[in-house]
Design a binder for this molecule. Structure first.
Ligand code: SF4
Length: 389
């Protein structure tokens, strides 16, 4: 059964049935309806109303039950697994990123593999990622070894939790089928026997491309943990990037601080660009500006992390917001050519922005960041011809 709406809950409460205690406020809310609405959002406990009938308590305990159990692998590292409530991240969000765990067999020469694991770290869109956990095997597990791993913020596991369900069919396709069936049944029915988080164990193999492709699929559908015998930096760079994309909360887009960013030590000849504070937009533009041979400023507007067109349609990128961002940037005295390039996707706003930003000429940049390098080359040529640069 789907979660109850406020109205569905209300039908069970005294006010709906015109019974004694209607809107008695004992729950701390002025009416039964307001209590019902809060309860539907899970913002109050059902026990706060002493007059909830047993029937509603029964329905509630089923509908509010977590579809998947959550297991804490490490309190210190805040490493959790499972607890998922939806099949598709855009239904709401995924909760705990799939855990990547690499096996270290202490009965083999493992030092160089362990060093590479511990040294491995990547940054993607302002977030740092490492391998989450090391699964220790063999007869030479020592406290020193565990401490060495844990000191890097990586969880050392000696035994996988018993509640983890291993999916180990005889083919890749069957594994995917089973993982999907388990997750779908858990979400749709909340059946106890499907509620344990799942993992797959990937044995060592020569073809890392094949391994990376399989792990990517398991990541998408629907392993809570993937245990690898192999370790390869480039493979995990790809997998961690994919994981970041999948486990980003779609309701909270990745965003960066709205302010002026500088590229290539800008001087008076610098160009000025402007965009929103959606992290992916920023990093795409920043990547291009870093590689040009001219200084540049990038004014990033406060747009709740929305991309250019989304921000425009949600009125988070308006002429007034742009005007304020330009004023706050204090760039007027820093550049010789008073000119700001706005995103090509918002070319229709050129006149509107020009009216409220009269001190600068508002020009149109490209629709895609990857076209900026050639675009800037042409701007440089034009500026040289006009004796401006
Ligand atoms: Fe209604 Fe129960 Fe709250 Fe009283 S305590 S107002 S009956 S929800």
């Amino acid at each position: 059964m789907a979660e109850l709406s406020g109205l569905q809950i209300f039908k069970y409460l005294p006010a709906a049935k015109k019974e004694e205690h209607s809107n008695c406020k004992a729950c701390g809310f002025p009416t039964c309806m307001s209590f019902a609405l809060k309860l539907a959002k899970n913002e109050v406990e059902i026990e706060k109303c002493p007059y909830v009938p047993d029937e509603l308590k029964g329905i509630f305990s089923h509908t509010m039950k977590k579809a998947q159990k959550e297991i804490v692998l490490s309190k210190k590292n805040n490493l959790k697994i499972g607890g998922e409530e939806v099949l598709f991240r855009h239904d709401k969000t995924f909760i705990n990123p799939t855990v990547f765990c690499v096996v270290i067999d202490t009965d083999t020469p493992y030092e160089s593999k362990l060093k590479r694991i511990l040294d491995f770290e990547i940054t993607r869109i302002n977030e740092n990622f490492k391998i989450d956990a090391v699964l220790l095997k063999g007869s030479n597990i020592t406290f020193e070894l565990i401490n060495k791993i844990e000191s890097k913020g990586i969880t050392a596991i000696q035994e996988l939790p018993k509640d983890l369900m291993k999916v180990d069919e005889d083919s890749f396709g069957k594994n995917i089928e089973k993982l999907t069936l388990i997750r779908r049944t858990a979400i749709k029915t909340k059946a106890e026997e499907f509620s344990n988080p799942t993992y797959v164990y990937l044995k060592s193999q020569n073809n890392l491309y094949d391994l990376c492709a399989k792990a990517s699929y398991y990541l998408c559908k629907y392993a809570n943990m993937i245990v690898f015998e192999d370790f390869d930096e480039s493979m995990f760079a790809s997998l961690l990037t994919l994981r970041q994309n999948i486990f980003t909360d779609p309701q909270k887009p990745l965003q960066i601080e709205p302010k002026v960013y500088e590229f290539n030590n800008p001087d008076e000849n610098a160009l000025i660009f402007l965009t929103t504070n959606f992290a992916l937009t920023y990093f795409s533009v920043a990547n291009e500006l870093e590689s040009i041979d001219r200084g540049a400023y990038l004014i990033v507007t406060p747009s709740d992390g929305m991309s250019v067109l989304t921000a425009w349609s949600a009125e988070k990128f308006t002429a007034n917001i742009v005007s304020k961002a330009v004023k706050d940037s204090n760039l007027y005295d820093k550049v010789k050519i008073k000119r700001i390039f706005i995103p090509g996707l918002l070319s229709d706003m050129q006149n509107e922005i020009q009216e409220v930003v009269p001190d600068f000429e508002i020009c149109i940049s490209t629709t895609e960041a990857c076209m900026m390098k050639d675009f800037i080359k042409k701007i440089n040529e034009q500026d040289r011809e006009n004796g401006l640069y």
